[in-house]
Write a protein that binds this ligand. Structure first.
Ligand SMILES: NC(=O)c1ccc[n+]([C@@H]2O[C@H](COP(=O)([O-])OP(=O)(O)OC[C@H]3O[C@@H](n4cnc5c(N)ncnc54)[C@H](OP(=O)(O)O)[C@@H]3O)[C@@H](O)[C@H]2O)c1
Length: 232
């Protein structure tokens, strides 16, 4: 990374478990002139309102270019139970997860990728999930969430191909944070061994190490908290 006064970081979903930990670690790192911590509750940044995304990008554009845009938003339950069977499929559940987990990050990319510097390394990343891997899916279930994360992974790959043409030093990546003790995972933690349930601070620390090690050759991939590439 280069001179801290010349670069900023953006965390989208800074009110979330992992997003809050990321924002505070980025702030503490001293590597950025500013860390823009955006959230629905805090700054009126709503993934379902493109005008609010555009307005946030315009505010970020007033300062130094972001070297990191980290999308830490997402939804799993909140009003819907993840499906155990096709019998539970519900159009509104499918569309809600798709809107928040895939369409939202795509619109963030639309408004924030133009802010990335062309002459320096930069990273655009979004929290995905291992269950979004089609090749890794042996358990089934959670149709809406899985499908929305698979769609996110495809969008990230597509964006990486396009961005690579103009930003040869940039990286776009999806990340799997592990199973992390947050509101999102709270109803599903019963079977998780204590050593496999990460604190948000631990996961954020691992994820920041992973992205620090990514190169443009990795762009378009999805990586787990331990740096391992997740199959498509
Ligand atoms: N926790 C895990 O075990 C785990 C495992 C695999 C993947 N992940 C992924 O990691 C990401 C973050 O999860 P988390 O565990 O930190 O969850 P979390 O604590 O529930 O945080 C979710 C974040 O998403 C934001 N959000 C939801 N809908 C939004 C909208 N319409 N507009 C703007 N922001 C919105 C929330 O904002 P509000 O505060 O305004 O609601 C919150 O900041 C998700 O993509 C999740 O799929 C988590």
């Amino acid at each position: 990374m280069t001179d801290s006064v010349n670069q900023t970081a953006v965390v989208i979903g800074a009110s979330g478990g992992i997003g809050a930990a990321l924002a505070s670690q980025l702030q503490a790192s001293g590597r950025y002139a500013a860390v823009h911590a955006l959230s629905r509750s805090g700054t009126g940044f709503d993934l379902e309102d493109e005008a609010s995304i555009a307005a946030a990008a315009a505010r970020v554009a007033e300062g130094p270019a972001p070297a990191l845009v980290f999308v830490a938003t997402g939804v799993l339950h909140h009003g819907f139970e993840p499906e155990r069977s096709w019998r539970a499929l519900d159009a509104e559940h499918l569309l809600r997860d798709y809107r928040i987990n895939a369409v939202g990050p795509a619109l963030v990319a639309k408004h924030f990728l133009p802010l990335l510097p062309r002459d320096r390394p930069a990273v655009f990343t979004a929290l995905s999930a291992r269950v979004g891997s089609i090749g890794d899916n042996r358990l089934g279930g959670w149709h809406s969430y899985r499908a929305s994360k698979a769609a996110l992974n495809m969008l990230l790959r597509n964006l990486a191909v396009e961005l690579g043409r103009t930003h040869p030093q940039a990286v776009i990546a999806g990340l799997h944070p592990g199973t992390v003790d947050t509101g999102l995972s709270a109803p599903f933690q019963k079977g998780v061994k204590p050593e496999k349930l990460f604190t948000a601070a631990y996961s954020a620390d691992r994820l920041l190490s992973v992205i620090a090690g990514l190169t443009p050759a990795d762009s378009g991939g999805v990586f787990a908290w331990d740096g391992a590439r997740i199959p498509e």
